[in-house]
Design a protein around this ligand. Structure first.
Ligand code: MG
Ligand code: ZN
Length: 355
């Protein structure tokens, strides 16, 4: 570099200082399974109060196709987010060649972060499973449960106790968890009262948790808040994945009311997360989906001149190829503007962490 170029670059650096990107101490990734824009719109249309979704200012769109299908499943959708690579439908934490790849949760643990997951399904299901397990198929629930023995996870709260202690191989993984230093909690009341400092394995249902319609109550917002309080004790920060698992099931069932109640519950969890992030100032919050489910539409009645009646409709009982919204708040949030592939959400979270 000549002298003039050196001076020029110095001047440019002075007038256009490239401020270092703000780093996030904590990252909270919230996944509304099967939550497309219509699902959110239905909440906005039917809610009498302002939704927590409306607190975000930064939004983008995620393209959800998997490596081998235009229409992804939840395993490939979550794995794209967890390992940063598109993979085949059904894959849990492995790339398209079936090779295990480190997940953002595992990387965060390596770097000294506390890590956690909260879900309203079995914790061994495709979405949470993809953040800790490495299995060729989402159907291998008991093997996925086995991958929770890696000790990389500080806290997990969900259903699926049966996959840990009523297994075909008769191994009691809850005993292993205890040996690994976890407080194993199988009762909801015990969970809400837990004050100890141990790692937490809360398996509060033998299988999936109830739906909102069946009376799940405030489990998700409450468990999200509890997880944050627990993980925030770690001075080096944390990574937390929270899943609204059953929005997807409302889509599969073509049941608009199921979707609405699960979406509003997820929104309440978003409220708890944003309350923390706003106070904390060092937390990046991402809210997105793995894919849309149901081809959900909010159509009108063509004979209704006022066009005021909204009639929920569905085009499929399965997933669709539509892009899904991404909402971001906190340090590094601007990176989430625009249209991008789902797996680049991993890169953006890693960048925010400074990894
Ligand atoms: Mg899921
Ligand atoms: Zn689904």
């Amino acid at each position: 570099m000549g002298l003039s170029a050196l001076v020029l670059s110095g001047v440019l650096a002075f007038v256009n200082p490239k401020a270092p990107a703000p780093k996030a101490k904590n990252v909270i990734l919230m996944i509304g399974d099967g939550m497309g824009l219509t699902q959110i719109s239905y909440g906005l249309l039917t809610s009498t109060e302002r939704m927590n979704f409306e607190r975000f200012r930064v939004m983008g769109l995620s393209r959800t196709s998997s490596s081998n299908h235009k229409i992804t499943d939840s395993a490939a959708g979550a794995t794209a987010l967890s390992i940063g690579k598109k993979t085949y439908n059904g894959a849990i934490g492995v790339d398209e060649n079936g090779l295990p790849q480190k997940t953002i949760l595992e990387i965060a643990a390596e770097k000294g972060k506390a890590t956690g997951m909260v879900a309203t399904c079995v914790i061994t299901h495709a979405t949470p499973g993809s953040f800790i397990a490495h299995q060729s198929s989402r159907e291998k629930y008991e093997a996925i449960a086995g991958d929770f023995m890696t000790k990389d996870i500080t806290l997990f709260i969900g259903g699926g106790l049966d996959h840990f202690n009523k297994r075909k191989d008769s191994v009691d993984l809850t005993a292993k968890l205890k040996a690994n230093g976890y407080e194993v909690i199988t009762d909801m009341k015990e969970l809400w009262n837990y004050q100890g400092a141990k790692k937490v394995a809360a398996l509060v249902a033998p299988k999936h948790l109830k739906s909102m319609q069946e009376g799940r109550g405030d489990f998700l917002p409450r468990a999200s808040q509890l997880a944050i309080q627990n993980l925030d004790k770690n001075k080096s920060g944390f990574f937390l994945m929270i899943e609204g698992s059953q929005i997807d099931w409302g889509g599969h069932a073509n049941d608009a009311e199921y979707i609405r109640q699960e979406l509003m519950d997820f929104d309440a969890a978003i409220g708890k997360v944003l309350d923390f992030a706003e106070k904390d100032g060092n937390t990046l919050v991402i809210v997105t989906a793995d894919h849309e489910t149901g081809g959900f539409a909010l159509s009108g009645n063509e004979d209704d001149k006022k066009q005021n009646a909204v009639i929920p409709a569905f085009t499929t009982k399965s997933h669709t190829a539509t892009a899904v919204p991404v909402f971001a708040y906190g340090p590094g949030a601007e990176e989430f503007m625009g249209i991008y592939q789902n797996n680049s959400i991993f890169d953006k979270m890693m960048k925010a962490f400074g990894f």
